[in-house]
Design a protein around this ligand. Structure first.
Ligand SMILES: Cc1cc2nc3c(=O)[nH]c(=O)nc-3n(C[C@H](O)[C@H](O)[C@H](O)COP(=O)(O)OP(=O)(O)OC[C@H]3O[C@@H](n4cnc5c(N)ncnc54)[C@H](O)[C@@H]3O)c2cc1C
Length: 485
């Protein structure tokens, strides 16, 4: 515990703040916990230290105090009653999906009630002909795709973790397929949201699942990426896509980071309709080889994937190979069989854990900048040099087709100086991206760690409007306090 508090201090998290339903410091009153139990039942309420601890952090380095209580609502009515109860008592509410976030979004900086929504895990409605599906918050992306297997449809947004789809909506997540299929911002059609006081909102109107709309303000867009600070998402209507007729994946190694980046930009400029184009630096490739028992070259590498008809694929592959070879690529490896492809992509999706395995016992911190595609070669080459000069252990991996990449940096949680250097590196990189007209976060969100960078990114007026929107929906500031703003 002492080390957690030291780390919290190092990361400059919020101090504790009391509120009326607390008994002693850090605890909720017995009467309040009984009132929660009356809504969800005793088996779905826990004040056990292990449950609170487990729900007090995500996969990031951010640490603070755990929530005072964890509840597992079973349906939307219960979520609504819980929200009304918390709001009337001035108790913070923290929505919890699968806890795979990377920006401390579920940390209970002011204690309060953590609402774990994973027991609400039904797929409510599949509209095959309309290419849409309605899911509850406990459904994860892999569960949905298993369910869709025989329908000829799939959901392409694929963060490395098997996250909940509503958590993904809350963080505006994306993944390796975004270059072709877009992010959660492009694939959420409607959301059912319990607002802080308990009211129910359907952001596009109840039951609607149209492909386009010009009807008033975009409320769906407001809640995608709101990181649990505006309400609890209790159902999401998602856009589905036809499963591709054929798929081919490839990896190829490059003599330098610059050559790999030039290839990325040239392939995109040539309008080759890639499904995925991912970059891994040589340190990342080495880590993936060890972790995933691969034998790829230890060099800056692109992972590519093409979707389409057999004929279209042949053309796409030829064009991509030509451009890559022109930039000095070697060691092409083509994977056509499903098993081979999933082995390759499993290695890519395990990048986070492969990096952690480089220094057992250390925690990971992932930067997440995204820049206009033309500035990608420059920022990646500079970042690689900075990383070498910093003496930090870190890998680089990126969804480079979107201009988005991550440095996964390792630090000993007991070493305050190393934590400080990791934080400084992340901030410096964030500012470099802003200077190139990019963003400090392409997909992980602001959470606890990037609030200052958000201010620099959107400016004083942008922040003021965001604060006004938040105050209008959550006047008591109880929805996931301390995040984003
Ligand atoms: C190995 C690994 C790889 C990853 N790769 C990617 C990647 O490629 N792309 C990417 O975008 N992310 C990636 N992530 C980060 C993470 O998976 C995403 O941020 C994901 O969207 C979080 O979903 P979750 O259900 O785990 O949310 P949680 O971590 O539980 O919560 C995240 C935030 O959303 C809020 N929230 C959760 N559920 C709800 C809800 N129902 N209603 C309202 N608010 C809610 C929480 O309060 C919190 O602020 C990765 C994480 C790991 C560990």
């Amino acid at each position: 515990m002492a080390s957690l508090l030291r780390a919290a201090a190092t990361w400059g998290l919020f101090p504790w703040r009391g509120y009326c339903s607390r008994g002693t410091q850090g605890e909720l009153s017995k009467g309040f916990v009984e009132a929660l139990k009356a809504v969800v039942g005793s088996p779905h309420t826990s004040t056990a230290a292990a449950d609170r601890e487990q729900h007090g952090h995500d996969e990031s380095m951010h640490r603070c105090q755990p929530p005072g209580v964890v509840v597992w609502p079973q349906n939307v009515e219960q979520v609504s009653r819980l929200a009304a109860l918390c709001y009337s008592q001035g108790v913070p509410i923290i929505p919890f999906g699968t806890g795979t976030g990377l920006e401390g979004g579920v940390c209970a900086v002011q204690g309060g009630v953590c609402m774990n929504l994973t027991h609400m895990d039904r797929i409510l409605k599949l509209n095959v002909e309309d290419f849409s599906v309605v899911v509850e918050p406990g459904v994860t992306r892999k569960t949905l795709n298993t369910y869709l297997r025989d329908s000829g449809l799939w959901f392409p947004v694929d963060p490395g973790a098997d996250a909940s789809l509503c958590g993904m909506a809350a963080t505006a997540a994306s993944g390796t397929n975004a270059v072709r299929y877009g992010t959660m911002r492009d694939n959420v059609l409607n959301l059912e949201v319990v607002l802080p006081g308990g009211r129910l909102l359907h952001t596009a109107g109840p039951g609607r699942h149209f492909r386009k709309s010009a009807a008033g303000y975009n409320l769906t867009g407001l809640f995608v990426g709101s990181e649990g600070t505006l309400g609890l998402i209790t159902a999401a209507t998602l856009r589905l896509h036809p499963a591709p007729e054929a798929t081919v994946a490839a990896t190829c190694a490059f003599p330098s980071v610059q050559a790999a980046m030039d290839t990325t930009v040239h392939i995109l400029q040539a309008a080759v309709p890639l499904a995925r184009i991912e970059f891994l630096d040589e340190v990342m490739m080495d880590a993936c080889n060890r972790y995933g028992r691969l034998t790829c070259s230890v060099a800056p590498t692109l992972f590519l994937e093409f979707h389409g008809s057999e004929r279209a694929l042949a053309e796409q592959i030829e064009r991509a190979e030509e451009i890559s070879q022109h930039n000095g690529a070697s060691h092409f490896f083509w994977a056509k069989e499903a098993e081979e492809r999933s082995r390759l992509w499993a290695a890519r999706h395990n990048a986070w854990y492969a990096t952690l395995a480089l220094r057992p016992g250390c925690k990971g911190y992932s930067t997440d900048v995204c820049v206009p595609i033309s500035r990608l070669p420059e920022i990646l080459v500079q970042t690689k040099e900075d990383l070498k000069a910093s003496g930090l252990t870190g890998t680089i991996v990126g969804h480079v087709g979107d201009g988005n990449f991550h440095c996964i940096l390792l630090a000993d949680p007991e070493d305050a100086e190393e934590l400080r250097r990791v934080k400084a590196f992340g901030e410096h990189l964030g500012r470099r991206a802003l200077a190139l007209h990019g963003t400090c976060t392409g997909e992980h969100g602001i959470g606890l760690g990037k609030r200052q960078l958000l201010q620099e990114e959107v400016g004083a007026v942008g922040i003021e409007i965001m604060r006004q929107l938040k105050a209008m929906l959550d006047p008591r500031g109880l929805m996931n306090p301390g995040k984003v703003l």
